[in-house]
Design a protein around this ligand. Structure first.
Ligand code: 5GP
Length: 216
């Protein structure tokens, strides 16, 4: 029998990654290329009560649903976490998440700080990453950029974003996105390192592997 580096991926439970950050932090610009470069990492598709925007596709970007149906799902305990963000509800379906982790697949959740707190409680081994823009103006520019919101709405969202940043110390890692390529590399490093943690390796399998090195 010979051990190889890939064994670490084959015989462990899945890693759960959380990414949070205000709009303007560049979550999509970091996560999309990172996901393309990482095998066996899937992005969880959240359920939301908000209306689809632009080219968003139901079942791909989000599962869009009514408030009534969302609340019924909450009642039935179907969410691993859920939260209200800017007047809409968002939740992570529990069944797909648990099935992926059980079968050793890694999952990335793009969720807000309230949801991240619930996941940390329920999944203590989850790894959380906070993405931060380099300046307050980055958030402001992003919020005004859509051009659809009234100034007081933008102001309210800017205040909310800055309040969210106050939760950063609760996260395991934070990355400042001032240089996109560096931020992507930092994100990849965190995911790759976590995958090699001894404590994630299947204990029975580890024992078998170590037998290779025992004295005969
Ligand atoms: P947007 O409506 O712009 O797509 O997302 C708004 C915010 O909701 C983002 O901060 C995003 O991370 C958060 N969000 C998206 N899906 C979920 C979810 O399933 N749970 C929680 N708690 N937040 C979510």
């Amino acid at each position: 029998m010979k051990l190889n580096v890939g064994d670490a991926h084959l015989h462990r439970t899945g890693c759960l990654f959380i990414v949070s950050g205000p709009s303007g932090a560049g979550k999509t610009s970091i996560c999309t290329p990172a996901l393309a470069r990482l095998e066996r990492l899937e992005l969880s598709v959240s359920t939301t009560t908000r209306a689809p925007r632009g080219k968003e596709v139901d079942g791909v970007d989000y599962r869009f649903t009514s408030r009534e149906n969302f609340d019924a799902m909450v009642e039935r305990g179907e969410f691993a976490e859920w939260a209200e963000v800017h007047g809409n509800r968002y939740g992570t379906p529990r069944s797909g998440l648990d099935a992926a982790l059980r079968s050793g697949r890694d999952v990335l959740l793009d969720i807000d700080v309230q949801g991240a707190a619930q996941i940390r409680e329920a999944y203590p081994r989850a790894v959380s990453i906070f993405l931060l823009p380099p300046t307050r103006e980055h958030i402001q520019r992003r919020l005004t950029g859509r051009g659809t919101d009234a100034p007081e709405t933008v102001r309210r969202r800017l205040d909310a974003a800055c309040a969210e940043i106050g939760q950063l110390p609760e996260y395991d890692f934070f990355i400042v996105n001032d240089e996109l390529d560096e931020a992507i590399e930092a994100f990849l490093s965190i995911v790759r390192a976590e995958r090699f943690r001894t404590s994630r390796f299947n204990p029975a399998r580890l024992k078998t592997a170590l037998k290779l090195f025992e004295d005969n």
